[in-house]
Design a protein around this ligand. Structure first.
Ligand code: SAH
Length: 256
C-alpha cells in the first residue's frame, strides 16, 4: 500500500509540511502544557485565566501559573459547583451567587490564590469559607497525598458542599461547620492556609496555626471597600512577613 504521506511530499514544500505537523499537534494535544483535556467554555475560561495571570505578572512575580495549578483548574468542573439555573454561565471568568448571600470566587482569583500558596503534593491545607466547595476541590487536586480541611459557617452550605465533594469522590477533603476565624487547632499546623472571605486583619489564631515555612493568603480590608489580597509567609524561625498582591473584593468573614 502506498504511504498516505507520499502525495503531500510531492506537492507541498518542506516548511509547509512542518507547519502542518505542528498544527496537527495543537489539534491533538490542545494546551497540553496547561494539563488540558478540556473544551468549549472551560477552555475559554482557562485562556482568560492565563491572560489575567500574564497581565498581572508584575504583582504575581511570574508570567504563568504553575503546571499543577493550571492542571487543577482544568480538571475541576465548575458547573458542578454552581446552582442549576446558573450552569450556562459556570465557565464565565466571574464570581457567581451560590445562595445565602455568598458567592463562588472568580476563577482567575481562585487560580492566583492557589498558586500563591506554592503547595507540595503531601501538604496539609486549611481553607476558611467552603462556600460551594469549588476552591477546596482545586486545592485537593494539588495535594493528592495530603489533606484539605475547610470550614464553613453557614450550616446549609457546609452540608451541601460536603455532599457534593463526597459525590465527586474527593476523599482528601474534610468539611467542618463552624467559625473559621478560630482555625482548627486540633489539626494544626498547616503548610497552607487560604481565607476566601475578607476581614480587616488576618486572624491571629490562623497565623499561629501556620507551619514554619508555610504561607497564608487572604483578602484584607474593610467590608464594602477595596481589599488587598495579602500573602503572609512564615519562615523556618517562625518570623512572618506580609506582601500585598492585588486589589480584590470579597464577601466578609463573619463571626459567630
Ligand atoms: N471558597 C468558596 C467561596 C467563598 S465565599 C467557593 O469556592 O465556593 C465565602 C464563604 O465564607 C461563604 O460561604 C461564607 O459563608 C463563608 N464564611 C464567612 N465567614 C466565615 C467564618 N467566620 N468561618 C467560616 N466560613 C465563613
Amino acid at each position: 500500500m502506498r504511504p498516505f504521506i507520499l502525495p503531500f511530499k510531492q506537492t507541498i514544500p518542506g516548511h509547509q509540511v512542518l507547519a502542518g505537523l505542528i498544527m496537527l499537534g495543537v489539534i491533538l494535544f490542545p494546551f497540553d502544557s496547561c494539563g488540558g483535556d478540556y473544551s468549549g467554555p472551560h477552555q475559554r475560561m482557562m485562556l482568560a485565566i492565563h491572560r489575567d495571570v500574564a497581565r498581572n505578572s508584575q504583582v504575581l512575580g511570574r508570567d504563568n501559573l504553575s503546571d499543577e495549578v493550571a492542571r487543577a483548574m482544568a480538571r475541576v468542573e465548575r458547573h458542578l459547583f454552581v446552582p442549576l439555573e446558573l450552569r450556562s454561565n459556570a465557565y464565565a471568568n466571574s464570581p457567581l451567587p451560590i445562595g445565602h448571600g455568598q458567592t463562588i470566587s472568580q476563577p482567575t482569583i481562585v487560580a492566583m490564590m492557589t498558586d500563591l500558596l506554592a503547595l507540595s503534593p503531601a501538604d496539609t491545607v486549611l481553607e476558611i469559607g467552603t462556600g460551594s466547595g469549588y476552591q477546596a476541590a482545586v486545592l485537593a487536586e494539588i495535594v493528592p497525598g495530603g489533606i484539605v480541611h475547610t470550614i464553613e459557617i453557614v450550616p446549609e452550605l457546609a452540608r451541601s458542599a460536603r455532599n457534593r465533594l463526597a459525590t465527586l469522590g474527593y476523599d482528601n477533603i474534610e468539611v467542618h461547620e463552624g467559625d473559621g476565624y478560630l482555625g482548627l487547632p486540633d489539626q494544626a499546623p498547616f503548610t497552607g492556609i487560604m481565607v476566601t472571605a475578607a476581614a480587616s486583619e488576618i486572624p491571629e489564631p490562623l497565623i499561629q496555626q501556620l507551619a514554619p515555612g508555610g504561607r497564608l493568603v487572604m483578602p484584607v480590608g474593610p467590608h464594602g471597600e477595596t481589599q488587598y489580597l495579602t500573602l503572609l509567609s512564615k519562615n523556618n524561625e517562625g518570623q512572618v512577613t506580609e506582601k500585598v498582591v492585588l486589589a480584590v473584593r470579597f464577601v466578609p468573614l463573619v463571626r459567630r
